[in-house]
Structures are given as C-alpha cells and as structure tokens.
Design a protein around this ligand. Sequence first.
Ligand SMILES: [Zn+2]
Length: 152
Amino acid sequence: MQLTPNFSLEQLSYSETAQRERIDNTPGADIVDNLRRLAEGLERVRILTGCPLEISSAYRCPELNRRVGGASSSQHTQGLAADFTCTGFGAPADIIKAICASGIEFDQCILEYAQWVHISFSQAPRGRVLSIYDAAQGYVDGLRDASGKQIA
Ligand SMILES: [Zn+2]
C-alpha cells in the first residue's frame, strides 16, 4: 500500500532483522495512521534532498524493538520514527543541517553514531535536535561531532 508518492507501508514496516528472526512486523490500523504521518514527513525530506532516502528501520513491533535493543519508549514502536541515510545528498550531519534550515516541522531529529539520521514526526512537534555517539553516554543536546563540539 502506497502511503505517499515515495513511501509505501511495506517499505516502512520492512526489517531485515524481522525477516531473519521470523518476527511478524505487520502494523495494526492505529499504527498505519501514524505511518501515514511519518510518510508525509519523510516526503518533505525527500523533496528537500532531491534524492531517494534509504530507510533502514521505521516501524518496529515491540518484539522487534526489543530484539534490536531499542528503548521501550521508542517512537519506532508507534510508527512515528524512521532511521535513514540519503547518500545522494550527503553525510547524515549535512542532512540534519538542511532539515533544520528548511523549516520542516519534526518532533526529534537525531544524529546517531554519525551513521544515520533518526527522525520522528508527531502531532505536537518539539523540534528537538540530538546526537548520540556512545550508548552508555546517551543522547546529547544539539548537532555535535564525536568530540562533542557543536556542528551547527
Ligand atoms: Zn531510530
């Protein structure tokens, strides 16, 4: 089922881990509504970058979320968050800079291990930007490089 021109329900509920571990990651009807909101947000990012987004993880049922070590409160379990790269556009930090400059309303945008962008969309978007480099240290405020220096 196509949710927006560039994003389908199948794409936003696909998981390599779920396939391998035979976890049924099919979202329920309430989650599908959230995934539609997520797809609309991702569509704005897609227009901004002008390049396809490579989505590594969006919806995760609780079992899958546990399996990948996600926080139990993760917005992935509500179908409101996606992890992605956009190699055609540039590095994850540059994508986040562009999103912040664009005025696209998001709930949280997180630079994760300098490897990918985590973005979430909710009804009352907080516009929070965070970075994480070390799971033990956790999230730090703002867009930062590995040494903790503010990037933007
Ligand atoms: Zn994520």
